[in-house]
Design a protein around this ligand. Structure first.
Ligand code: KG4
Ligand code: ZN
Length: 341
């Protein structure tokens, strides 16, 4: 089955064609320059940029895959969670195409897309393929979740953030340090050559719900630190040390809880995906502490938002006989958000 996947939930306009798990094309048009001046994503500007870009992105995805629209077997689209205006752009295009081409349409939860990313085969960047069951650490700008995935569609939520998402903590931390948006790559770059032990920023362990996360205290600690120890622009080593110490506090907790969740679930596979999953220090810490747990982290281009992961989740659902009808609309809730195991 050749499936077109469309993803417009945040600030990437993305479309891809996937056939039997193989990425035939993967086109992502970012909007960093639109939002950079505001230090974060401005929803209305994101919607407008999606409208401007979506046709060219879908056309490029079909062309690069060398697939005519008429040859598609289905269309998968992100229906949430995300910014509503952006979601509506992708949904409208997907619905219109599915109706015109008379092919099935399937609405996909954005996080199920991330869950599917280690099952994608990109011939340009071969990586070991994941298998069920696994524990997933999904860390993006909007989510921080630990899930136990038993099989496709059977997911148990082990923990999630109580306040900021990990990516948000990177983005807000970057603002406090005067770094540009998106903050994750900016902090990671500044942290190189910094001493991660220079300052001890707090790690929220949360005794009761031990797989939940909290990053608001860490953010406040950085703010207090910067106010009490103003950083001179010429003190590049000092700036690197603060960035490295802040990053370390963030990824230390992520790595620790993800591996503890694997042990608690008796699971030997750990997937890390979502934008923060691209963080090299997080990957290094996980590798260092993994022991017998096999680590699966998709290539960076499949870790951050993309249409290929949506296409693959769609292919799996279509193969199970599921279809969305014309009433398909945006959804904001993760269906398993309240389930704890
Ligand atoms: O998954 P994603 O592309 O979009 C959402 O679904 O939110 O994640 C974006 C987030 C941003 O907060 C960004 O700062 C963060 O991922 N990010 C990183 C890195 N690359 C992107 N955080 C830490 N290190 C990175 N290398
Ligand atoms: Zn995402």
């Amino acid at each position: 089955m050749k499936i077109l996947g469309i993803e417009t939930s945040c600030d990437e306009t993305a479309a891809a064609v996937v056939e039997a798990g193989v990425v035939c094309s993967n086109v992502v048009q970012g909007q960093v320059e639109v939002h950079a001046v505001y230090g974060g994503v401005v929803p209305e500007l994101a919607s407008r940029a999606h409208i401007q870009n979506i046709s060219a992105v879908v056309t490029a995805a079909l062309q690069r895959a060398n697939v005519a629209a008429e040859a598609l077997d289905g269309i998968a689209v992100t229906v949430g969670p995300g910014l509503i205006g952006g979601l509506l752009v992708g949904l409208s295009v997907a619905k219109g195409m599915a109706m015109a081409l008379e092919v099935p349409l399937i609405g996909i939860h954005h996080m199920e897309g991330h869950l599917m990313s280690p099952f994608l085969q990109d011939p340009a960047q071969p990586a070991p393929l994941c298998a069920f069951p696994f524990v997933a650490l999904l860390v993006s700008g909007g989510h921080t979740m630990l899930l136990h995935a038993e099989a496709f569609g059977r997911y148990h939520l082990l923990g999630q953030t109580r306040d900021d998402a990990a990516g948000e903590a990177f983005d807000k931390g970057a603002r406090l340090l005067g770094l540009p948006y998106p903050g994750g790559p900016a902090i990671a770059a500044l942290a190189q050559g910094g001493n991660p032990q220079a300052f001890r920023f707090p790690r929220a362990r949360l005794e009761r719900d031990r797989f939940d996360f909290s990053f608001s205290g860490l953010k406040t600690a950085l703010r207090t630190h910067v106010l009490n120890h103003p950083l001179a622009p010429e003190d590049s080593q000092g700036r690197r040390d603060v960035a490295a110490s802040y990053q370390e506090a963030l990824v230390d907790v992520l790595a620790d809880k993800a591996l503890a969740a694997c042990r608690a679930a008796g699971c030997q596979r750990l997937l890390v995906a979502g934008g923060v999953g691209a963080n090299q220090r997080l990957r290094a810490l996980l590798a260092e502490r993994a022991g017998a747990v096999a680590l699966f982290a998709p290539p960076v281009s499949l870790c951050t938002d993309n249409g290929a992961m949506i296409a693959l989740a769609g292919a799996n659902r279509l193969a199970l006989g599921q279809r969305s009808d014309r009433s398909l609309n945006v959804r904001s809730r993760w269906p398993l958000a309240d389930l704890r195991s």
